[in-house]
Design a protein around this ligand. Structure first.
Ligand code: HBI
Ligand code: FE
Length: 298
């Protein structure tokens, strides 16, 4: 489960000027773009072993729960043997979609993040979680960012969506609508589900990198599962400290890509001062695929 960077990131006061306890990584050597060198040679055998155990455990679940596109893409990255060398992965990514990953200490300010996506660059935290954090950590580590986010950067349509999403950043910032745009990221890129001929599958990174939520998102009776609707997602708050109370479901990545071509400004204006929907709400206009029985259902 990842803390919502949009909620914790004060873009006027980027991490480098924040007190160290606020964010975990070492921001003392960052460049203008928050990039750092991936300390590949410094990873210990224990850290590579931890990566292999996390990777193996998640890959056992993927054939049953992951979107087919994810399965195709992750196989191309050859990342089972240990923490991946970003430079080597970029050779593959560049050929497939032109995306490039680069090392960061952790969460970076929203506007810097959006600019990277708009230029087909994805920031990947370079450090790996402690043994005691195997099942849960608050901030994105290399396993969440790489295993969860990087494979679909190799999928042309999803890569187009990620770039379009980044391009929407400046306008959202101008209209004080970053919290609304962050909900789109949260309910698709982090916690999205997709309908397939084999039933519902996971494509969201926050789920794919979490053993518990991978099963919960598909199998549990508790959460709502509602067909994706842009306005509905932009107006719905999310949880950052528990499994999601609602998952939104798309029919294809093409659908996501086309959604980002709709004008967002009128929606920001319409939704701006309206009270957002609670995470577990079910609304009259919803195309409900599963009405949850959990705490959040109403
Ligand atoms: N920083 N490193 C990193 N990774 C993210 O996913 C991220 C971020 N900063 C801001 C951010 N995400 C949010 O803007 C998105 O959740 C919308
Ligand atoms: Fe993430």
């Amino acid at each position: 489960m990842q803390r919502d960077p949009a909620n914790t990131m004060d873009t006027d006061n980027p991490p480098s000027q924040r007190s160290s306890h606020a964010l975990r990584g070492d921001y003392s050597h960052i460049g203008q773009d928050y990039a750092v060198e991936q300390p590949f040679a410094q990873y210990t055998p224990e850290e590579h072993d931890r990566w292999r155990r996390l990777y193996r455990r998640q890959m056992e679940l993927m054939p049953r729960y992951a979107a087919h596109e994810f399965l195709d893409c992750i196989e191309r990255l050859d990342a089972s043997g240990g923490i991946p060398d970003f430079a080597r992965v970029n050779e593959t990514l560049r050929k497939l979609t032109g995306f490039k990953i680069f090392a960061v200490p952790g969460l970076i300010p929203d506007d810097v993040f959006f600019d990277h996506l708009a230029n087909r660059r994805f920031p990947v935290s370079w450090w790996i979680r402690e043994e005691s954090e195997l099942d849960y950590l608050e901030e994105p580590d290399v396993f969440h960012d790489f295993f969860g986010h990087v494979p679909l950067l190799a999928h042309p349509v999803f890569a187009d969506y990620m770039q379009e999403y980044g391009r929407a950043g400046p306008r959202a910032k101008q209209m004080n609508a970053i919290p609304l745009l962050s909900r789109l990221y949260w309910y698709t890129i982090e916690f999205g589900l997709i309908r397939t001929k084999d039933g519902l599958r996971v494509y969201g990174a926050g789920i794919l990198s979490s053993k518990g939520e991978t099963v919960y998102a598909i199998e549990s009776e508790k959460p709502n599962r509602i067909a994706f609707d842009l306005e509905r997602v932009l107006s719905t708050e999310f949880r950052i400290d528990a499994y999601q109370e609602t998952y939104f479901i798309i029919d294809s990545f093409e659908q996501l890509f086309h959604e980002t071509h709709k004008p967002f400004a009128p929606l920001y204006e319409k939704l701006g001062d309206r009270k957002p929907n609670a995470p577990g709400a079910v609304l009259p206009g919803d195309d409900v695929i599963h009405r949850g029985i959990g705490a959040g259902s109403s």
